[in-house]
Design a protein around this ligand. Sequence first.
Ligand code: SF4
Length: 538
Amino acid sequence: MKAKTVPSVCPHDCPSACALDVEMAAPDRVARIRGADMPYTAGVICAKVARYAELVHSDQRITTPLRRTGPKGSGQFEPVSWDEALDEAAAAYRAAAERFGAESVWAYHYGGTLGRVQQTASVRLRDALGWSRQLDTICGHIGGTGWKAGVGAMSGLDPREMAEADLIVAWGCNMVATQVGAMHWVTKAVRERGAKMVVIDPYRNPTAERADMHLRLRPGTDGALACAVMNVMLAEGLADRAFLAELTDFTPEVEAHLSSRTPAWAAAVTGLTEAEIVAFARLYGSTKRAFLRLGYGFTRQRNGAAAMHAVTALPAVSGAWRHPGGGAAFSAWKNFSFLKEEDVLEVAGVRTRSFDMSRLGAVLTGNPADLQGGPPVKAMLIMGTNPAVVAPDSLAVRQGLLRDDLFLAVHEQRMTETARYADIIFPATTMLEHDDLYVSYGHTFLQVGKAVMAPVGEARSNCWLTSQLAGGQPSFVRGGGVGGGRPSADGFGAARCGRGSRQALGRLLPTVRGHAFPERLRPFRQALPLRSRLGGDG
Ligand code: SF4
């Protein structure tokens, strides 16, 4: 039998959001996965996802709902039916809400899938039922805050513009290892334009080994370097003063501040030499087509937001934004804000308390400041993340998850460290077993990944599960925002998954088969509200 190849999309928390070709050995058996011929990822995928078939068909998959039979955390479970598991979970959520208030329930989620419909399923459930919300602080929040302070919008350039650059600066990112698609465009610029590459990173990583210049600064000192680069550009006539005057809020006070941030000052802070700082500043300031690829190193340091803010000011001072191949990119996530407008993501107007997800341990162990005067957390639903080993202060997290008075349901593909603490485990589908829409924070393509096979065992998607929890318990639903009738089993849960989601998808799906490649979905360069607020203390 000739193998059938069907399109899909990688759902991982990774900027590439690679387009995939899935070769099927049989209707329910994946043979292998390759990169698809898509303009940005261009057939490249990482070794991990090339072996995804092993995960889908692993004998470690959880294939039925499970109920805890031993002490919490013991890993002792028994299979139960979906009806039993759903009834038990719904009863626990309802009991917590009735006794302690709806905010005593917390649906905790993160990037196990970045599919816009499945990832946000618990957000819609939580908002419809008035449960506590969460601030998604665990990854890009700090960098994003600095970017928005400097640029004004969480949008980014199409990274394919790197091919039109004469200088590419990888700042706080190891592109060779973590952005496999992006290196294609860097290589193109190097080969076809003789572009130079600079890496700014405390580590001598594989990307640095390919660079023309590596600035190996002390961790957390990026803002000082950026200020000194601006100091040199302003002092040596390399600044685009017309651009600053026309499109930024640059002021004489800011310039006076930067005049004190000399290369000698920054050398003492960063550990670089004055000569290195000046050489980079002159190279950057004299290269108008200079593309800053800013990475998640900024999100892994205490000064990350201030540093990112300072670095976003560089293309405003140099005027690089004016030129093709010039400017900066951090996250392109909000290039796709139309999804929010279509109300796919959340139920509007909900204002329950928000927990800092990075403070999970403190919340679960009852720290009053984290509870914000509200009730303790008595019941949780965890999807798409493994906080027992991911969230900070893991001892407190585990202490909290061990609480006998906390009901915990976990939706998972396999027995993770967090799932071992669960009272009920719901078996989860993989990307190949449910439908979704994929945006990317590293490129500008919208893609559709349809299910290519039936769910393994009794696995069900995030949307299906949350729809069942809501619709299966009508009295459980506040204000009728969710509910009514039996949800469908197609992964989107029909109208249950947020007002408008079905309609939004319905408008998109007929236009594509597999991948959609609308070129420059949003004309970023024109739409960007350029405001470089240089007044931070860098
Ligand atoms: S590089 Fe990233 S997006 Fe591409 S296949 Fe690997 S994990 Fe998925």
